[in-house]
Write a protein that binds this ligand. Structure first.
Ligand code: TXA
Ligand code: MG
Length: 339
């Protein structure tokens, strides 16, 4: 298949919208990560998404809208907490789980009776969804198991030849995926931390709880509420270890680890001004926001550079801290050294 690379001018967006409406697949930017979109109301396009990504079919997709009024068609039984969260965080880097209506095919929800809905804030995403005139099912536009794409070039690397078109748009601002909250029950449950922090959610619905699997690995045979959690995500080829704590102690520990691994190509992902010898250094900046924004692209870059072992500096801070920790722990297969 030849993949068209489209820009973000009106003609290109109109063309991409037609492709989607007719059942084709188009990757597009959002404020979180690039999405791999298909018409959410056509089971056949949804199946093509799973094939293009190599995604297990028991892992449901998020449905994207560009008008809050479209929510009522897709979901029902929207309780007061759900309404408050929707009102506070949509459009934005936020996904709400609601009871699904019949119109949503089972292929989208992997047979579950709930549906994940997101209204992205990114203007290109909104223009595209409006042009398509239908809700768009879209997982992150990476090959299953790879870090999510935050730049068009990452999507081209993973999806060229597998889908109809890629919108060559802006880099993603947030850099980690949307926050997912299950609002079907009396108490909302945070299933995946992301662009909206837990603290922000609690300002709207204080009784919201955090699903226990966010930072722990699952035990054999355990079934998470968010099916995506059971898969090893965001894993680069390199062997990643998180070194977490005060940045001076982190520096000391990583220096030791670099010595022990002197025979390998080592990389360090920094979150400080620390300098290291005999390692490839990629900087995540010194703020949570920048670390999140650059995390996936840094993980991809370590692979591109042939790095075998990565030590990732990390210090827990507010805001995006939980989201970063969740992604890093997964990339490291939960190999974490606390200092
Ligand atoms: O920021 C994002 O959310 C990006 C952009 C493209 O919107 N999308 C994204 O999709 O991250 P994906 O497919 O990579 O992650 C969706 C997650 C999966 O872990 C899936 O299991 C969960 O959402 N999910 C989808 N529907 C669900 C449902 N009904 N109940 C619980 N979890 C659900
Ligand atoms: Mg994904």
């Amino acid at each position: 298949m030849i993949t068209k690379i489209l820009k973000t001018d009106d003609n290109s967006i109109a063309e991409a919208g037609r492709i989607l409406k007719d059942g084709g697949l188009v990757a597009f930017p959002t404020e979180t990560v690039y999405g791999l979109g298909g018409n959410a109301l056509l089971s056949d396009s949804v199946k093509k998404i799973y094939t293009a990504k190599g995604r297990p079919s028991d892992n449901p997709l998020i449905v994207h809208i560009s008008d809050i009024d479209d929510l009522g068609e897709l979901a029902c039984e929207i309780n007061d907490n759900a309404k408050a969260l929707i009102c506070a965080f949509m459009p934005g880097p936020f996904t709400v789980i609601l009871r699904k209506n019949k119109i949503v095919p089972d292929t989208v929800t992997a047979g579950m009776d709930t549906v994940a809905i997101r209204f992205p804030e990114n203007e290109t995403a909104q223009r595209l969804i409006s042009a398509a005139g239908v809700p768009i099912a879209a997982p992150s536009a990476n090959i299953s198991g790879k870090p999510s794409p935050t730049k068009a070039i990452h999507v081209i690397e993973d999806m060229n030849g597998r889908i109809d078109a890629i919108i060559d748009g802006e880099d993603c601002d947030v850099g980690v995926e949307s926050t997912i909250v299950d609002a079907t029950g009396e108490v909302p449950v945070l299933l995946r931390p992301g662009g909206v922090s837990y603290e922000e959610i609690c300002e709207v619905v204080p009784q919201t709880v955090i699903d226990e699997h966010i930072l722990n690995s699952l035990s054999e045979g355990e079934k998470p509420l968010c099916p995506g959690m059971k898969y090893k995500h965001y894993a680069p080829e390199a062997d990643v270890t998180v070194v977490e704590g005060d940045m001076r102690a982190v520096k000391k520990k990583i220096d030791e680890l670099l010595k022990e691994n002197g025979d390998k190509v080592c990389g360090v992902l920094t979150m400080s001004e620390n300098a290291y010898d005999s390692a490839i250094i990629l900087s995540g900046g010194t703020t949570n926001q920048n670390y999140a924004k650059t995390l996936f692209s840094n993980l991809r870059e370590f692979d591109r550079l042939g790095v075998e072992v990565v030590f990732a500096e990390f210090e827990s801070r507010d805001g995006y801290g939980l989201a970063i920790r969740n992604r890093l722990y997964k990339a490291a297969g939960h190999k974490v050294i606390k200092v």
